[in-house]
Write a protein that binds this ligand. Sequence first.
Ligand code: DGT
Ligand code: CA
Ligand code: CA
Ligand code: ZN
Length: 575
Amino acid sequence: MMEKAQIAAVLDEIALLLELNDENPFKIRAYSSGARILENLTEDLDELIRTGRLSEIPGMGEALVDKITTLRQTGTLPFHQKLRATIPAGLFEVMQIQGLGPKKVRALWKQLGVEDLTKLKEVCESGAVAELKGFGEKTQTKILEGIKNRVAYAKRHRWVDAAKIAEPILAGLRALPQVKHAESAGSMRRSRETVGDLDFIVASSEPAPIMAWFVAYPGVKEVTAHGETKSSVRFENGLQADLRVVPEEQFFFALHHFTGSKEHNVAMRHRALARGLSMSEWGFKAVDENQTAPGAKDEAAVFAALGLPWIPPELREGLGEIEASEAQALPKLLELSDLKGAFHNHTTASDGEHTLEEMAAAADKVGWEYLGISDHSKSSFQAHGLDEGRLLQQMEAIAKLNASKKFKVRILTGSEVDILRDGTLDYADDLLGRLDFVVASVHTLFNLDSEAQTARIIRAIESEHVDMVGHVTGRLLNRREPYAVDLTKIIDAAAANETIIELNSNPWRLDMDWRWWRRAAEKGVLCSINPDAHHQDHLDFVQHGVRMARKGWLTKDQVFNTRSLAEVLRWLGRA
Ligand code: DGT
Ligand code: CA
Ligand code: CA
Ligand code: ZN
């Protein structure tokens, strides 16, 4: 059985294929509007099919109903398959080049025989594209750029990298005299771990100078659109940004709409319709023309009009946030100021850049009650892991430093101990037992199969000396995939053994992924927001951990390092 969203995607693809085949525009529109209707259906699709009521929905013709029924029941559609076979497979890649819609792709295909990217490049370089009606030199150059940069343009950007670009732009927009409000929306505002593009929303009655400022912003490498109320630019690193200027009374609707997610928006629109309102980026419209629709003077008013308390953007992923809001059961999300200290930090003893004292000074600056030091263990020789002797020396140095009262922060002795191939640990139990806390991490053998990798980590979780498991999947965003591991089983083992799971806050890692935390918390697993600092400045990384914890619906109670020093020591069995 095929889901509604997948059926809609097939209908959209049919519309695209028909357009490539230069079919009747009405027919094309029928498929794409059919896809939209399907996305917005609140009623049970099977029920609608069974009772024949699907065809009574305006816009749902016989042909469409037949195809939806076939897709729902069999998961494929011969019509779609046949249509797909009429298009060279390479054209799908050609369509992903920036600025190439179905009409242009068809012209390139039919008139110049372009069936893939190689051929496209060839006809651009020969100058043939510039000669085509509706193309020209400029388009030809743009297509070549698009081919050259297609990897960079298709790439998603880490949230931190996108934020570095977005923050000064937002500040610049807010400083313009014509700007009433300015916000960054989209995945950036929802705090996704990676961002496809930036979406700025501005309220103003005078968009022209704002647009002019935006397209001339330093660092803009290319202006991909410059309209009256919408412009798009691309920066050096390939990141694209959209700017939309709306009248003030539309601002909070536009902000809500472009914050997304799409899934959240679809659910909100259903809810609005059930209340006699149609909802869009422009505002509410009463379905009954004699009624007036509510406006919104802030974002909370958009939700309030639908009987809902405001939902934090991080939760707007269409994962039950509207139901929770309706039930007054939204979590009170963790905040940065809730943190009272942090575990998992390195010093120059292993691969950190700052000494113990420098790290203590940095923690004092943040105002933390405690700072857990956990350098690497001896197997991590490439990171200058500590052998037993050096670890004992470090423990002594920490005891002295704490006794000296030179810093307010209490340093806790620990280790990021390597999990060895079989799940045993890199130090003997009696040594581990003398530390204040132990983080156990995998740093080798990423290629083990899921069963072996999972068993290895679970064995470490079961060790009575392991308090936390570090960066549980080993992923590096955009760089290294997570190793194969069964997180369901890891979470169950952590719950059974009262082992904390780390939320590694290094912006490359953000591991464990936010999608798993609700499940972990429901099972009673504690989260520790760990900076994994290798530099004084890295203590700040916890802000990213907090963002991800919020995305994972975590509250203060579910996060270990919101506890006081006394509570933490008690939990660790050290007081
Ligand atoms: P990204 O840029 O891929 O990281 O993710 P977003 O969420 O920023 O997506 P983007 O930039 O394409 O669009 C921004 C928001 O606009 C999106 O989260 C929801 C809204 N939006 C865009 N397209 C649609 C759509 O087709 N339907 C609905 N309901 N909302 C949409
Ligand atoms: Ca976006
Ligand atoms: Ca966008
Ligand atoms: Zn590590």
